[in-house]
Design a protein. Sequence first.
Length: 424
Amino acid sequence: MGKHILITSIPSWNQKSGANTWATLFERFDSNDLANIYIRPEIPDSTVCSRYFNIREWLVVKSILKRDEITGFVVQKKENNITIELEKEQQKTTHYSKNRKRIYLWMRELAWKLGKWKSKELDSFLIDFNPEVLFFSIESYPYFNRVNEYIIKKCKPKKVIGYLWDDNFTYKQRPGNIFNIIERYFLRKQVKRIVNTCTHILSISPKMKEECDKEFGINSILLTKPLRDNIVSPYRYKGGVIRLLYTGSLVIGRDKVLKLVAQAVDKINVESIRMKLDIYTNTAINNNYKQEINNYKGCELHGAIPQNQVFVEQENADVLIFGESLDKGNNIARLSFSTKITDYLSSFRCILAIGPADNSSIDYFAREDAAFVCTKAEDVYTSLLQIAETPTILNEYAEKAYKCGNKNHNPQIVNKKLKQIIYT
């Protein structure tokens, strides 16, 4: 019998969300030892975990005025159990995720301050599961961090393991922005307090480890999401139209990056279709943007697809696109290490990585020589033209990606390290 491990997250463990880091990390554990508390109005479908509890954000908002509102529920895994009420909440969440205005984020934090999320239902779930280990990501959302602080005080788990996978402790994301400086001042105090509470701190990337170790005077443990077990057979370019693929969100400037790719493809396709770009996203986008992308030769924007279908699309592509904002004033993902990276490396495909040189993910691709790396807008066309003119180079870069993945994200090695953290 293993230890009871509680993992908290903002999204559910659901294929449609695409955020499968936790499920991938723990897929070799006994599901009866795992429980998840999450926030978004979703129904989980992962069998990796056996118990789920949802603190519904929009019900927390309602509870400000209606104090008897039940805000937390034990959730059963089902594939088609979306009620009309839940669907409406999902639409609201999507809208505010797209329109990340500061006032909305402040209103959310105020709602969680005033709302009744500390409920008897949540306490009952915690007491019944009795976690010995708590895993959680340390986020830029104070409300989510407070949920984890509450669980720590309530359950007193023997091991408290915080995961740093975003820049939540520096002023470098939006330097010079007075509102960001004020927010960061209080967030940094909270993050430092949480780090001091944890028995272990995990870092998602080498760059994250370097910066957080220096900031907090710690020796964090580098742990990334592992590769999928079923890595496909070696890639070989078979001729014909080169297919480019992007799957993921188009927030925080990624829409502009994909537009750069579409413009480059359109330019390369001026005489004949040599490249095809497919974009699959769960981001709510306006019709003007969709029409603009679709008007470029060989480019098409689609809606979201389940994670298992994403893997199929990746295996049918020649080039996988990774993008972070190139805007100097938009450095939100500076220390992030996208879940796409190991998914891409698992697919044994050439990767085109676009973003600023100091971005953690771009820095990783450059360090490992695992992708075409574009740190300036003009690099995108240059790299794609090189691929179009000498497509056999796709074989070389697919091999580079595979070697990087096998060296740094081997599932057996990651699983062994994770179990050592938990059980020793």
